[in-house]
Ligand binder design. Structure first.
Ligand SMILES: [Zn+2]
Length: 282
């Protein structure tokens, strides 16, 4: 998120804290306005940005956090199993983006500071409140702008609940390139593709084993059967593109759910048909 957009987001969050009368929201307002003279306004800001980013990638932690009390001075126990592993993973992976927070937090919170670690408290406050403030769950995906909706409407209408859950499971990221389109306010956009497409021509089933989550670019290429799905390698499958060499950022289809072999076969069949047609034209 750009700096200006982040600031607007954060201001909305602080306004929301002011209107909320629970203990934690009051504590956040106190810190933000430095009424406690602890000079931790920046800690809260950095903690909030990281929290929103983190929650968008770990919806299960989001659910867990929402169950923690809002009327407590110790809102989150970072050593809790549900939380500690994904958080430290996240901090390692995103260490560049959240470098400031990393400098503020002590080791047990995924940071690097060995003295004080006064940033941990504002971070925990921000994290618990962000889980309340940011809409995730099934509403995590925003509705589409009108113009785009016309193009994609048919597919969007076919998004049954399992598809939404699957998008969430992949953090709204493309299974090929891992990109997502952030729409701000904790909302993200990704597309569901049926390997054997629904509708008259292909008659594919509305079955989650027939679905992959993709970005618009890779979705279009899958629609045209430009990709073939090859053998497994660990949790991913190798991809081949009909017209270009694939770099390491897009030569694999990450698979965290079961994809039906019959649908993979269908893709291969279509890929070969298309390939033959191209060869014929050449
Ligand atoms: Zn992609």
């Amino acid at each position: 998120m750009g700096r200006i957009a982040e600031n607007i987001e954060y201001k909305r969050f602080l306004d929301w804290c002011k209107k909320n009368k629970n203990d934690l929201a009051n504590r956040a307002s106190e810190i933000a306005e430095n009424r406690d003279n602890s000079n931790r306004t920046g800690h809260l800001y950095r903690g909030y940005l990281a929290a929103v980013h983190f929650l968008s990638e770990y919806p299960s932690v989001h659910e867990w956090l929402k169950k923690q009390r809002l009327s407590s001075r110790q809102p989150v126990n970072v050593n809790e199993m549900t939380f500690s592993k994904p958080w430290s993973e996240f901090m390692r992976r995103e260490s560049k983006k959240h470098a400031v927070l990393r400098n503020i937090l002590p080791k047990q919170y995924g940071g690097e500071t060995t003295s004080g670690g006064g940033g941990a408290y504002p971070f925990k406050v921000a994290l618990r409140l962000a889980a309340e403030f940011v809409p995730l769950s099934d509403e995590g995906e925003a509705s589409l702008p009108a113009k785009y909706r016309m193009v994609r409407k048919k597919e969007f209408d076919r998004d049954y609940p399992e598809v939404n859950r699957l998008k969430k499971r992949y953090g709204f990221r493309c299974q090929v390139c891992q990109n997502t389109i952030s729409l701000g306010g904790g909302k993200f956009y990704s597309e569901a593709h049926h390997l054997r497409p629904l509708g008259r021509q292909h008659k594919g089933p509305a079955d989650i084993a027939n679905v992959v989550i993709l970005c618009p670019q890779h979705h279009a290429e899958f629609d045209f059967f430009l990709f073939a799905i090859l053998d497994y390698k660990g949790k991913s499958r190798r991809l081949e593109h009909m017209l270009r060499d694939l770099g390491t950022h897009e030569n694999r289809l990450l698979t965290n759910h079961k994809i039906g072999p019959e649908f993979v076969d269908y893709v291969t069949e279509q890929y070969l048909t298309r390939y033959d047609r191209l060869e014929g034209e050449a």
